[in-house]
Design a protein around this ligand. Structure first.
Ligand code: PAF
Length: 510
């Protein structure tokens, strides 16, 4: 595809009208640096469609005229960088045209009051309204499917996300972690305005934020007063330094939820921002649902894609059932059952291809637990309180430091009630029976009448939903996904989209 530069709205509209592909949009204010390069590369690499980069120094978002005057000017070098990074089209509108006051399409958009009334919004009055107004105008003209934004400007990202929702624009945001220079400072167009001694101050500031995060992770404490003292001790002028909830931006004490230590400082005449996210334990995704809903396949693929551990709790109940049958244990006798559970070890082993084996007392039972015999008994065994207590405890131990996707029937309600994300995956009985039949055939257990499988599934649902101990129910805060007619890839994509809404990319790539 030839590289295209569009300079007017008319040129853009003409190009857009003849262009049916999806558009991945990267808005910038020019003076492109490695942070922008990463945004453009990600737009180019991750998706089909064309990558369009806009370059527009938006005067509406400069509350300080001096700041606008000193902002690095646009240069022809930007075109080279954009194209080399993967842009197909560059849009460089003139200010008189894009912000023409007589233009009927120019809506002045106000940023969300809640998100704007903290951090940079408090000191840069009107800044985020200016950002929203211009981004909205650009989105209306470009009509992209995907919008790429940097997490470096996290508050801006949340405000734009909120604007898309309020204005009912069906555009997905893809966020890119803050990109840092070798000395640790985040790339910003304003960095080139820094004198050496000011850059040193910024390096110190970024280091201190990072140290505070590490102390928080190791020692579970964050002393904002001490941190402020240390930074001010280096003659650094702090505009704000706060811990806020990463999504509401309300001041917060770092806790189980993801929070952010964010600050703005003045180095010479230049104002700079930086932040670190604080997350005590790695995320946990809980996927619950009835038999045959596709949980196992979805969870496996999801765990691989997100590089999380896969905790197949169903396999644990099956392995335990196999063990009790194999050892001839009378599980209706509570004392005998409890005795047999003492010191029992259940371990998962994962190979380089993410294939997982389950071992009970060192015996690999991966295949042995997928038989009709186990199918017909597992639900009964799983309803025994002592069995559930034992396995829930094992599961919590595996999940103590997080970083996993767990699937089962009581993950979101009982095992990990504080899971980062809860999904309740289900499908109609017909669809689930068809899937189970295929699974059994694939595992060489022969062909079984669909009607028999349907009956078994109904029976299993009955048992699971009506047992007195941890019945299968959708957790209040779980997101329902009905998977009839959806491919595994589509379900996984939906879950990853929801996950990305909850976990900044910066934390996912650490
Ligand atoms: O982040 C920026 O560079 C600007 O705020 C943006 C999103 C291009 C709007 O002018």
């Amino acid at each position: 595809m030839p590289k295209i530069i569009l300079e007017t709205i008319e040129e853009l509209s003409k190009w857009r009208n003849h262009h049916n592909d999806d558009i991945n949009f990267v808005p910038t204010m020019g003076d492109l640096h490695s942070g922008h390069e990463k945004l453009i590369q990600s737009a180019k690499n991750s998706y089909f469609g064309s990558t369009l980069v806009s370059i527009f120094v938006n005067p509406l978002q400069f509350n300080n005229k001096e700041d606008l005057k000193s902002y690095p000017p646009k240069s022809i070098k930007d075109h080279e960088i954009a194209f080399q990074s993967g842009a197909d089209v560059i849009f460089i509108p003139r200010e008189e045209e894009l912000l023409d006051k007589n233009c009927q399409d120019l809506n002045f958009i106000r940023a969300s009051k809640e998100l704007n009334s903290t951090l940079c919004g408090l000191n840069r009055i009107g800044h985020f309204d200016g950002v929203c107004t211009v981004v909205y105008r650009l989105l209306k003209l470009v009509q992209p499917q995907l919008l790429f934004l940097g997490e470096k400007d996290w508050q801006q990202l949340l405000i734009i996300k909120n604007m898309l929702k309020e204005m009912k624009l069906n555009i997905k945001i893809k966020s890119i972690p803050t990109q840092r220079d070798q000395d640790g400072i985040p790339y910003s167009s304003r960095n080139k305005l820094l004198k050496t001694k000011d850059r040193e101050k910024l390096i110190f500031f970024s280091q201190k934020l990072n140290e505070a995060k590490n102390t928080f992770l190791k020692e579970d404490r964050l002393d904002l007063v001490e941190l402020t003292k240390e930074i001010e001790g280096k003659n650094i002028n702090i505009e704000y330094l706060k811990v806020v909830d990463a999504f509401s931006l309300k001041e917060a004490i770092p806790s189980e939820k993801i929070s952010m230590l964010a600050g703005a400082i003045k180095c010479g005449n230049t104002r700079l921002i930086d932040h670190v996210f604080l997350m005590k334990t790695q995320p946990i995704i809980a996927i619950d649902g009835p038999a045959g809903s596709g949980k196992s396949t979805v969870t496996k693929v999801l765990a691989k894609k997100l590089k999380l551990l896969y905790l197949d709790t169903g396999a644990m109940y099956r392995a335990l059932s196999w063990f009790l049958i194999n050892e001839n244990i009378d599980y209706s006798n509570n004392d005998q059952l409890k005795k047999s559970l003492k010191g029992l070890s259940i371990v998962f082993k994962t190979d380089v291809n993410s294939n997982q084996d389950i071992l009970i007392n060192d015996i690999c039972v991966t295949k042995l637990i997928r038989t009709q015999e186990i199918n017909s008994i597992v639900s009964k065994i799983a309803s025994i309180p002592a069995v559930r207590e034992f396995l829930v405890n094992e599961q919590r131990q595996i999940g103590a430091s997080g970083g996993l996707v767990a699937e089962g029937r009581d993950i979101g309600t009982k095992v990990f009630p504080n899971a980062t994300l809860k999904i309740y995956l289900t499908a109609s009985i017909d669809e689930r029976a068809k899937r189970r039949k295929l699974e059994l055939e694939d595992n060489e257990y022969g062909s079984i009448e669909l009607s028999i499988i349907k009956e078994q599934i109904k029976q299993r649902d009955q048992n699971d939903m009506n047992r007195s101990h941890s019945p299968l129910i959708k957790a209040k805060d779980a997101i329902l996904i009905e998977s009839d007619g959806l491919s595994v890839e589509k379900i996984v994509e939906n879950i990853i989209d929801i996950y990305n809404e909850k976990i900044p990319q910066e934390l996912q790539t650490e």
